[in-house]
Structure formats: structure tokens, C-alpha cells
Design a binder for this molecule. Structure first.
Ligand SMILES: [Zn+2]
Length: 278
């Protein structure tokens, strides 16, 4: 059954940290494959073992593991940075470690007609109580100093099958993970300023595909440096057009006027506009 908006609530998403946002490198992106060690060997045969002589196994004993997908986006932060609610909603779960130095907050947005739940992990100094209503954009916690490289682990879940869900809180089977990467990157596109390379129109000296911090990019090397187009799906029409034009410029040795911006989110200079010059 579709979820109908019940109020005139804006769907505008608020980023969970101050701008600029920085996607955490390594395996901090959505869908990254991660190994989780098992407490004891499984009762069956499995190849998912890190052998004793493997450099990833410093303990010397065989480590059995399961593969898990990181259904979240990790955003780099400093300890003490404000964490904001992405939408308005009700705080449905607060979890903290025994020392109270690190916890997780879950906000349910679907009573407002927004079919989403958001979760904020590795936070401290939580200002809201379980059951409290929270407005979008409200700071409600701080990024914890733990783990050692402080970051916000941000999850976005779509609520489905609302009929069978508990009235106050959807269960696991009612939640589908959603990749918030594009929505988070959109904030940088709205706020960052474009630049133009010095020296006027240029033709790419080479083009290629590269993988930076597990994310695929189209790359174009110019005399002034290398610029990139993120190929993170779903790609925008502008990004596809930029790649087509850069390919044409390279093949035909045609100069192009370019605009680009330094992207904190991806950690590279991204091309925002390409125009071929006759
Ligand atoms: Zn994470």
C-alpha cells in the first residue's frame, strides 16, 4: 500500500552535518563490502576464513567471518561537530555504550507522511529523549570522539508495508535501505562555486576511467591538471553529457571551455560544465 503524505510537510532533506560534507574514504560508501568476524567457528564448512598466516589476521588463530554490506554512508567529521535531523520526526531509539561516550539515535519520519527512518551512529551528548519530536535541521547530538577517526555513520531507510508494521515503530521487514549519497552530494552542488581553468579552452591530453576510494570516476587530463566526473549511480544527465563531450574533445582534438569545482565530498576536482569550441 502506498504511503500517502498526510501533511504539507516539506520533503527537503537537511544534511546531518555542517557543510562541506566529506564522504569518508576507504569503505565508507553505501554498499561497501565489509567482513565481520564470527565469535566462534560455524558448525559447517566455509571458505570464509582468514588463515593464520594472512597479514589481515594478526592473532595467529583462524578467523571466521561473514560478509556484510555497509548500508550507510560514513561522513568525515571532528569530535564535537553538531549532528542535525535530516527530516522532522520522532526519536524512536537511543542506544549508548556503558560508558556513555558513544551511541546511536534513530528517528522515525513516517508519521509525518514521510516514508523514511534515519539513523545516526557514533554520536554523543544526545539532547533528545526517546519519544521526543524533533524538527528537521535541529542539532540534537555531537559526533563522538570514538571511533578513533571520528565520523558520522548515517543510514536512510524507506518504510514499506505500513499496514503490517507496528503502529509506533516499523520492524526490520518493513525497512529497505536507501543510498543517501546523491542527496548528500546535492548539497555541495547547491553551495560550492565553479571555477575555470587558467589559460582558456583546452583539449584533454588523455581520458580514462579510474576508481578513487572505491568510487568510479571518468578522468580527463589537461595541461593544467586532471579533472573528474563522478560515475556514481544514478548519474545525472549533466554528468553523462560532460563525459560524451570530453570524449569527443579528446578524439577530435577539439578545445573545450570548462567549469569545475573543488569537491570536498569526493575529494577531487569535478567538472560541472563542458562546451566544445569550434
Ligand atoms: Zn559506517
Amino acid at each position: 500500500m502506498p504511503i500517502d503524505p498526510t501533511t504539507a510537510q516539506s520533503w527537503l532533506f537537511v544534511p546531518p552535518l555542517d557543510l562541506p560534507l566529506t564522504l569518508r574514504v576507504e569503505n565508507g560508501r553505501f554498499g561497501a563490502l565489509r567482513r565481520a568476524p564470527l565469535a566462534e567457528p560455524p558448525p559447517c564448512a566455509t571458505g570464509q576464513v582468514i588463515p593464520a598466516d594472512d597479514p589481515f589476521n594478526p592473532t595467529g588463530a583462524e578467523v571466521h567471518y561473514v560478509n556484510q554490506l555497509h548500508e550507510a554512508v560514513d561522513l568525515a567529521a571532528s569530535a564535537g561537530d553538531c549532528v542535525f535531523a535530516a527530516y522532522s520526526g520522532r526519536v524512536v531509539e537511543l542506544e549508548t555504550n556503558p560508558a556513555g561516550t558513544k551511541g546511536n539515535v534513530t528517528i522515525d519520519h513516517h508519521p509525518q507522511g514521510l516514508g523514511f527512518v534515519t539513523k545516526y551512529n557514533h554520536v554523543t551528548d544526545v539532547l533528545v529523549a526517546e519519544g521526543a519530536f524533533i524538527q528537521k535541521g535541529m542539532p540534537f547530538a555531537a559526533v563522538s570522539a570514538e571511533p578513533a577517526e571520528p565520523h558520522l555513520h548515517f543510514e536512510l531507510w524507506a518504510v514499506v508495508d505500513r499496514d503490517t508494521a507496528d503502529a509506533s515503530w516499523p520492524g526490520d521487514s518493513d525497512l529497505v535501505p536507501v543510498d543517501p549519497t546523491r542527496t548528500l552530494y546535492a548539497w555541495e552542488q547547491r553551495t560550492a562555486a565553479d571555477e575555470e581553468p587558467a589559460g582558456g579552452p583546452l583539449a584533454p591530453q588523455s581520458i580514462g576511467l579510474v576508481r578513487l576510494n572505491t568510487v568510479p570516476f571518468f578522468s580527463a587530463a589537461f595541461a593544467t591538471g586532471t579533472l573528474y566526473v563522478p560515475m556514481y549511480e544514478p548519474m545525472t544527465a549533466d554528468e553523462r553529457l560532460a563525459i560524451d563531450l570530453l570524449r569527443d574533445a579528446y578524439r577530435s582534438t577539439v578545445n573545450a571551455t570548462l567549469r569545475y569545482r573543488s569537491s570536498s565530498f569526493w575529494g577531487v576536482d569535478v567538472i560541472t560544465q563542458v562546451q566544445l569550441v569550434d
